[in-house]
Design a protein around this ligand. Structure first.
Ligand SMILES: Nc1nc2c(ncn2[C@@H]2O[C@H](COP(=O)(O)OP(=O)(O)OP(=O)(O)O)[C@@H](O)[C@H]2O)c(=O)[nH]1
Ligand SMILES: [Ca+2]
Ligand SMILES: [Mg+2]
Length: 731
């Protein structure tokens, strides 16, 4: 059996508790009776046989089922046969169960049973005292047997009582009668067994007594143990109670602490809430105050509102009246504006007429000048002839001729050599093309070049007297007299006539009749002269005028472009423009005549400040670059910014990439020009003054744009309160 602590505890097997491991399991093959019979045959003693039989009988009584062994409870069946109590029988069983396994085999039973009887037949093994006692018991047994037969004698009674006393049976047995009867029977029937019986009884009683004592002891030990357990339990209980008490106290302590903390917290919260409540009450009071104030205000506002409504109505009436008045004023203003417009146009035309007359005067003067030059030439020729006659003066004449050749900038010198002989045209052309970018002169014809200072015309009366230098300003607005009745005839002839005139000097000599002269030099074309030619298809006077300023680096082809546009001609090797020049050209734009005053500026750096001033009165600007010259394109931005500096972005700008004919030397891709135009809101064309490609188209585009812009502005100014806006050029 396994104890809780793991140790194996062995215990004597008890009936009813055991696992049923009976004597059969030990291989007891012999039937108890067989073994008894064997013994019977071996042991010849008749007493022993009797005893064995008796024992056999007892065994069979107990083992009624024929199991072959006797259990503790089987022993109780002997209660009726023997004068023994149930407790006594159990004690007997314990005594017989020699190996203590809880079962009595037939051997154990008979051995234990016959022990008493055989001990009598082997006296050598017993001590003498015992033998005496046995004999005495025998006698008792015998006497008892006698008594049983008849009435029991007093002697036998005394004997039995003595026996009982000796055995101390009174203490153990309650009723002696059964034992007495058995004793008597035995004494009478088999007196030799009496002593054995008495021995048996003695043993039994002594064992019973021992058992009793043991029981008492055990009872006592049990009581003690119980007391100890009780005490221990009591102790444990007390300890537990103590513990519970302390736990309780601790818990209570904690609980109270918690409770206190919680109550403090709650108190604080309560305090806070109270404060909040107080604040809220104050707020409520304040709001109530405000409410009442607002209520009052509302009433006041209501009254005011009605007042304001009335005022509003009055104002509305007034507004209506005012708007009527305003409308009247607008109508008046409109009519005034129209008048002003008309006046402006008239003024413009007046100016145009004045400048045109001036221009005519100038043309006349130029012609006079040419005539005078011619006269001068003739005079010189005459003089030269005179000189030739004079041989002595020959050397002097040669020296003077050499000095003339050096002055490339002089004009009259071109026509006269040192010897007074007219130079041939081919000679002059050679000179022109050997200096590719020679400067031309400003509009008014006065030399502006600084690279040729001191280039004087050594006339017969010493150096040529130079008049005051002057650059014509755009503000003066000089215009050829296109609108005058008689302009057409003389002006249409101009280009051919002026081909020969040089811009170098313009005397104030008058009254000389104009002469038709032969062209002397392609470089001699006066850059400052006006292209007074009018479009053949426009017989009527122009109804508006636009001033357009041409800018761009030097040599991009501005002058060439203007020449192509105005005269439909191209002359290679144009001289660089000096100062400023202008041409006028009338074009047809959508059934209306538009005069374009085209201002040709000098691209050279030193004239920039002059150019700048001309932007201010410009209606449009043309910025030109040479598409075979990257640098000229890079300068476009600078030109644009100086235009913007002067006029902001109110003026439309046409960007022209010239020299399209020279495609193989192109340095500026078309895309770049387009992109630049797109970025700056410009009109863009690539053109060629040489081939005439896009010259008319581009300028007509600009003219149309200007016209449309002006139309819009006019419309806008009529509508009051709508300021004119600049239209997008490249849209
Ligand atoms: N191939 C070619 N050459 C041109 C074209 N236009 C002008 N040129 C030449 O370029 C040179 C300069 O021409 P100009 O018209 O004097 O240039 P510009 O812009 O007036 O120069 P500045 O007066 O100094 O500002 C001349 O030799 C012209 O012959 C063109 O369309 N094609
Ligand atoms: Ca046994
Ligand atoms: Mg030029």
């Amino acid at each position: 059996m396994a104890a809780p602590d793991g140790r194996v505890v062995s215990r004597p097997q008890r009936l009813g508790q055991g696992s049923g491991r009976g004597p059969k399991g030990r291989g007891a093959c012999l039937h108890p009776l067989d073994s008894l019979e064997q013994k019977e045959t071996q042991e010849q003693t008749p007493g022993q046989l009797d005893m064995l039989r008796k024992a056999q009988e007892f065994f069979q009584t107990c083992d009624a089922e024929g199991k072959g062994f006797i259990a503790r409870k089987d022993m109780q069946r002997l209660h009726e046969e023997l004068p023994l109590s149930l407790e006594d029988l159990e004690d007997v069983f314990d005594a017989l169960d020699a190996d203590g396994n809880g079962y009595l085999t037939p051997e154990e039973f008979t051995t234990g049973f016959s022990h008493f009887f055989f001990s009598q037949n082997n006296p050598s093994q017993e001590d003498a005292g015992e033998q005496v006692a046995q004999r005495h018991e025998e006698k008792v047994y015998q006497s008892r047997g006698n008594e049983d037969l008849g009435d029991m004698g007093e002697d036998e009674e005394a004997q039995f009582q003595m026996l009982m006393d000796r055995l101390g049976a009174q203490k153990v047995l309650e009723d002696e009668s059964d034992v007495k009867q058995l004793w008597l029977q035995l004494k009478k029937d088999e007196p030799h067994l009496l002593s054995n019986f008495e021995d048996f009884l003695t043993r039994i009683f002594s064992q019973l007594q021992e058992a009793h004592e043991e029981k008492n002891e055990l009872e006592y030990a049990l009581k003690r143990k119980i007391a100890a357990y009780d005490e221990e339990i009591q102790h444990l209980y007390e300890e537990m109670e103590q513990q519970i008490k302390s736990e309780k106290e601790q818990f209570l302590l904690k609980d109270t602490e918690r409770f206190q903390a919680r109550s403090q917290e709650l108190e604080q919260k309560l305090l806070c809430k109270e404060q909040e409540l107080e604040q809220l009450t104050q707020k409520q009071k304040r709001l109530e105050g405000q409410c009442t104030a607002l209520h009052h205000d509302k009433h006041e506002t209501k009254a005011e509102n009605t007042k304001l409504k009335l005022t509003n109505q009055e104002l509305a009436r007034e507004l209506e009246r005012t708007s009527w008045e305003l409308q009247d004023a607008q109508q008046q203003l409109e009519s005034l504006q129209q008048e002003a417009c008309k006046l402006h146009q008239e003024k413009e035309m007046e100016v145009y007429r004045v400048t045109e007359s001036l221009q005519r005067e100038k043309a006349g003067l130029l012609k006079q000048l040419d005539f005078l030059r011619e006269r001068n030439k003739h005079l010189r020729d005459e003089r030269d002839i005179c000189f030739q006659k004079n041989k002595a003066a020959k050397a002097n004449t040669a020296a003077s001729r050499a000095s003339w050749k050096k002055r490339s900038g002089s004009v009259i010198g071109k026509y006269v050599d040192g010897r007074g002989i007219l130079r041939s045209q081919s000679e002059e052309e050679e000179e022109v093309f050997s200096i590719p970018r020679r400067s031309s002169l400003g509009l008014s014809g006065y030399p502006l070049t600084e690279e040729e200072p001191g280039t004087g015309e050594p006339g017969p009366g010493g150096p040529y007297p130079r008049p005051l230098r002057r650059i014509i300003s755009i503000e003066e607005d000089p215009l050829p007299q296109l609108l005058d009745g008689g302009f057409e005839q003389p002006l249409s002839k101009c280009p051919e006539e002026e081909e020969v005139s040089d811009q170098g000097v313009q005397g104030q000599i008058q009254e000389a009749p104009p002469l038709k002269l032969t062209p002397t030099s392609p470089r001699g074309q006066p850059v400052g002269k006006e292209a007074l030619c009018k479009e053949e298809s426009s017989p009527s006077a122009p109804d508006r005028l636009f001033k357009i300023v041409f800018v761009g680096n030097s040599a991009v082809g501005k002058t060439s472009f203007l020449r192509r546009f105005c005269e439909d001609r191209f002359s290679p090797g144009m001289a660089a423009t000096v100062g400023i020049d202008y041409r006028v050209k009338t074009v047809n734009v959508d059934d209306s005549q538009v005069a374009l005053q085209l201002w040709d500026t000098a691209g050279q750096e030193r004239y920039r400040c002059i150019t700048q001033q001309f932007f201010r009165k410009a209606d449009g600007v043309i910025v030109m670059y040479d598409l075979t010259d990257k640098q000229s394109f890079l300068s476009v931005r600078r030109w644009l910014s100086s235009v913007e500096e002067a006029v902001g972005d109110r003026v439309p700008v046409l960007l022209l990439g010239n020299k399209l004919d020279n495609e193989k030397e192109r340095e500026v891709p078309r895309g770049l020009g387009e992109q630049l135009a797109k970025d700056n809101n410009l009109i863009f064309y690539e053109c060629s003054a040489y081939s005439g490609h896009n010259t008319k188209e581009s300028l007509l585009h600009l003219a149309r744009f200007l016209k449309e812009q002006e139309d819009t502005v006019r419309e806008d100014t009529i509508q009051v309160g709508h300021p004119a806006k600049k239209k997008s050029c490249c849209g």
